[in-house]
Design a protein around this ligand. Structure first.
Ligand code: PEP
Ligand code: MN
Length: 341
């Protein structure tokens, strides 16, 4: 349930309602909008059975939340969430580019990629260091060694760092190096891992599982948020359909659907959806046109020789061209996109 306060409600009204709810053992989430404050109530609403909340000073109305997810819901927080990491804002008017190789392979590869994607307009460097591969015999990632290489690239370029975490151990190690965590599609319903990243306060790029409905995705995001980490960025990366021409099918409609159901930012990964480099840029442009807050793109200096996802990684030059396209499209959509140079 949410308690919508009157536009002229006093701070002390909000405080006394919050205290009352907390005393009853309920969770309280306050969302201050431009017009009104909304108090979100989490927990067993039966505890409020005998309390005439709607008669308390400052209260305008009580609204039940019909969705099974609460904290992620737009009813709970009507204003879009903007997640800020060291001055980079995701979910505001500025589009954000995250780019880098599927996996960190060696110091030269990650440094060269970092310098080039920064020049093209990326603000965040991605790099897999714990790789969830289909086969246990495929390259599994450089783990902490790879994270050290990413840190050097950050020092040289100022890019923020993002890596996927696949376990509690990976999370503990990555926490020493990166600014943001990624939960990959294969772990989209690993609720224990979602709770673990929920206990951190670092932003989480949370990818949709290939077979997850939007409702299941938002419910799973709630696992992160219910632990207190509201810095969740949803990422559409393609779902499984009968189509085999692409690796997955990019669900572009997930972007406006999420925007109508949730206040969380949503970005799109065209690389894993396409599975082929030639489709990455068109899908990326479609995602931005549909209202995505940014993109996460796999970029490798020499894709043919990549140790993972070789067929879908694009060169820094192609990434730079894509950024130019996005710069052209952004103003048509009321967005901005500023490159470093
Ligand atoms: C990745 O980002 O490298 C990755 C493995 O993506 P996904 O979880 O979307 O397959
Ligand atoms: Mn990949």
């Amino acid at each position: 349930m949410i308690i919508v306060m009157k536009p002229d409600s006093k701070e002390k009204d909000i405080e006394s309602i919050s205290r009352l709810l907390e005393k009853l053992g309920l969770g309280v989430h306050i969302s201050k909008g431009t017009q009104r404050t909304i108090i979100g109530v989490i927990g067993d609403k039966n505890l409020l059975r005998d309390i005439p909340l709607d008669l308390l000073p400052g209260v305008e109305k009580l609204v039940p939340i019909v969705e099974s997810y609460k904290l992620a819901s737009k009813t709970f927080k009507p204003e879009p969430s903007v997640i800020e990491i060291d001055g980079v804002k995701i979910g505001g008017s500025e589009l954000v580019m995250i780019a880098g190789p599927c996996a960190v392979e060696n110091p030269e590869q990650i440094m060269e990629t970092a310098r080039k994607v920064k020049e093209a307009g990326a603000k965040i460097l991605r790099g897999g260091t714990f790789k969830p591969r289909t086969s246990p015999y495929s390259f599994q990632g450089l783990e902490e060694e790879g994270l050290k290489m990413m840190k050097d690239a950050k020092e040289a370029t100022g890019l923020l760092l993002l890596t996927e975490v696949t376990s509690e151990r990976a999370l503990e190690i990555a926490d020493k190096y990166v600014d943001m965590f990624q939960i990959g599609a294969r772990n989209a319903q690993n609720f224990q891992l979602l709770r673990e990243v929920g206990r951190s306060r670092k932003p989480v790029v949370y990818k949709r599982g290939p077979s997850q409905t939007i409702e299941e995705w938002l419910n799973a995001a709630e696992y992160i948020m219910s632990e207190g980490n509201y810095n969740v960025i949803l990422c559409e990366r393609g779902i499984r359909t009968f189509e085999t021409a692409t690796r997955f099918t990019l669900d572009v409609s997930a972007v406006p659907v999420i925007k109508s159901l949730s206040h969380l930012p949503i970005i799109v990964d065209p690389s894993h959806a396409a599975g082929k480099a030639q489709y990455v840029a068109p899908l990326a442009r479609a995602a931005i046109a549909a209202g995505a807050d940014g993109l996460i793109v796999e970029v490798h200096p020499n894709p043919m020789c990549a140790l993972s996802d070789a067929s879908q990684q694009i060169t820094p030059d192609l990434f730079s061209d894509l950024c130019k396209d996005i710069r052209g499209i952004a103003p048509l959509l009321g967005r901005t996109f500023t490159a470093a140079c």
